[in-house]
Design a protein around this ligand. Sequence first.
Ligand code: URA
Length: 280
Amino acid sequence: MGQEQTQVLAFHSLSLQVRCRVTGMNLERRAAQSLLAFWAEAGVEALYLDTPRDRMAVAPVPRLPATKPAIVSSTPDQSAGRDLAWAAHDLEALAAAIAAFDGCALKREGARQAVCWRGAVDAPVMIVGEAPGADEDAQGSPFVGRAGRLLDKMLAAAGLEGRILITNTVFWRPPGNRTPTPEEQLACAPFLERAIDLVRPKLLLFVGAAAAKSMLGANEGILALRGRWFEWRARHTDLEIPAMPTLHPAFLLRQPGAKKRAWQDLLTLTERLDRGDRPA
Ligand code: URA
């Protein structure tokens, strides 16, 4: 029998005090970490503590409409990024502009290189993920690790191979694979928007809570957002594109039981894409 210890576990913005037995394998600790990861992905942003906190004492944060970007103000970083992004007339020039851009703090936090996109430059579907991880940082291409391999398999099975361009809300790996902050996403947003503007996909797919929330300005968790159609609206042009959030493949690796929901979402997306491609 191992010795009992209280440990504080943290995942993204969640943290949890757990009493667990410290065993050679630390299985209970890992189970608690996996549970935290599940909750974070499902949109749980606060946990109740042993000591009650008076949440009514805090002034309520106004909810923004679900389809408007959460942060609409222009920061100096964003206007610098916007000028650079809009000076690029193709994806190659845009990738070079991103690599030269110093306005996102992630670039100075240990990332090896900018990770822009991969796929067809005229793709009818653009996929936006959260942020590059360790494999992506090493290879300079998005979704090339375990989660990316699962995503590729699902895309191929849904008939989307060769019809997609994959990118992320930020172009540099956040240290320790943490979720990118809204400021980091905002700094990269003009480049992402310009990429969407250059590709002009018919549909957008946002994978995971961080991408869905940042792209749609939504406050709901990913389990509530997934599988629904939204209209993504550009900040700097009048471009509007139908967009669907779905579950992140990293979440599906941890919770294989959720795969059928992501699969349903992909089929709904493909059906709409193919319906749109057919002559009336
Ligand atoms: N997860 C993401 O959200 N993006 C990647 O590129 C890799 C993993």
